[in-house]
Design a protein around this ligand. Structure first.
Ligand code: SF4
Length: 385
């Protein structure tokens, strides 16, 4: 057994563990276990600094989960978009391929907790129909392995899946959605990296939510993946008490970039049953983005998105940088709240006998002095726009 597998075995998992470790009332612990079991491996447990800290909140079951009874179990409508078991096909050229129900940590905010940890919900026995679906759908060029966490499979099981995917000619890109580099970085071994290298192009999207998750071990794990030619991106979830302020997010994004992990998304928390206590007002996410863009390298600035309830997909949200806009110009503010004008290109309406249509050819004219981009100093407005 490999070290990471032993660490999974030593996880905080049972009702007794919850009572002993976290002094949770036994009756509450039993109800929480029934709702969504716990799994906290010793590595992630060691990152907790004090009760209720940002690491604790992500992994220790909380009675608040039981009080949230109205939110949907499948907020993103993944099950309705599942043409065959193990596959969710939402976007035209991409498919989500669920290959295991197991994870290195059971995150309390998980959107897929209706399936996670339950082998009957994501079964290896139904992989064949999933492969057949991918073979038949030639429009799919990008497959995201998820679950659960695909790196909970052994190297040989994962290799069988990758090898079969690589036999499907129209699949160009394979992505692994894995939290292991963050929650159990010992899973990233030289053997795993050697195996993955054979199936390029492979991308990894991982999931760090807080700067305390960046440690020597996780740095090394991400470095090993990148050194194997695997671009690593990060998606994080904005959560109350975990990372809902600009300073924490700045530190996280800069820390990720410094270990060659490209910040990709900040998600507004989904409306998942049992996770309502993590949700923040949308304003908070916009204010954080306002304090990232321009203040840290653009490479470290992710997109802030809402995964639309009901399966509408990811929709980006930006702070408002547009003060006004007319036919002549757009008036913008920058990250310091200075205001600038930029002259627009006019679109002319042209009438013909047959039809009316918009011609988008620019009206050429020499840039006049008045057209030059003007910089107007205004006082800095805190959290405005
Ligand atoms: S690792 Fe991902 S799928 Fe597993 S519990 Fe955490 S958020 Fe859910």
């Amino acid at each position: 057994m490999e070290l990471w597998q032993e660490m999974i075995r030593s996880s905080v998992h049972t009702v007794d563990d919850l009572v002993e470790k976290f002094s949770i009332d036994r009756e509450v612990a039993e109800r929480l276990d029934e709702f969504f079991q716990a799994r906290i491996n010793p590595y992630y447990l060691s990152l907790i600094r004090y009760p209720g800290d940002p690491i604790w909140l992500q992994c220790v079951p909380d009675i608040a989960e039981l009080e949230d009874i109205d939110a949907p179990e499948d907020p993103l409508n993944e099950d309705d978009m599942s043409p065959v078991p193990n596959i969710t096909h939402r976007y035209p050229d991409r498919a989500l391929f669920l290959v295991t129900s197991q994870c290195g940590l059971y995150c309390r905010f998980c959107t897929r907790k209706r399936k996670v940890g339950d082998q009957s919900k994501i079964s290896m026995r139904t992989l064949d129909s999933a492969f057949r679906y991918l073979e038949q759908h030639t429009e799919i060029s990008d497959v995201i392995l998820s679950g659960g966490d695909p790196l909970m499979l052994t190297d040989s099981m994962l290799e069988k899946i990758l090898a079969r995917l690589r036999q499907i000619k129209h699949i160009q890109v394979i992505r692994l959605g894995t939290k292991m580099p963050c929650v159990l970085p010992h899973r990233i071994t030289p053997q795993l990296c050697e195996m993955l290298k054979k199936y390029h192009p492979i991308y990894v999207n991982t999931h760090f939510n807080h700067p305390w998750e960046i440690t020597d071990v996780s740095r090394k794990a991400c470095g090993m993946l990148v050194d194997s030619g695997i671009p690593v991106g990060n998606q994080c979830v904005l959560m109350k008490g975990v990372n809902d302020n600009a300073e924490t997010m700045k530190e996280l994004m800069k820390g990720l970039l410094a270990m060659r992990v490209r910040p990709y998304y900040i998600y507004q928390a989904d409306l998942t049953k049992g996770a309502n206590h993590f949700r923040t007002p949308i304003r908070v996410g916009l204010e954080i983005m306002d304090k990232l863009r321009g203040h840290i390298s653009g490479l470290a600035v992710p997109q802030f998105v809402i995964d639309a309830p009901g399966g509408g997909g990811k929709i980006p949200l930006l702070p408002n940088y547009v003060i006004s806009q007319d036919e002549e110009k757009i008036v913008l503010r920058n990250f310091k709240y200075n205001i600038y004008e930029y002259p627009d290109v006019r679109e002319e309406t042209v009438s013909t006998d047959a039809s009316m249509f918009m011609r988008k050819t620019p009206r050429r004219r020499t840039l006049q002095k008045k057209d030059k981009i003007k910089k107007i100093k205004i006082p800095v407005i805190q959290n405005g726009a």
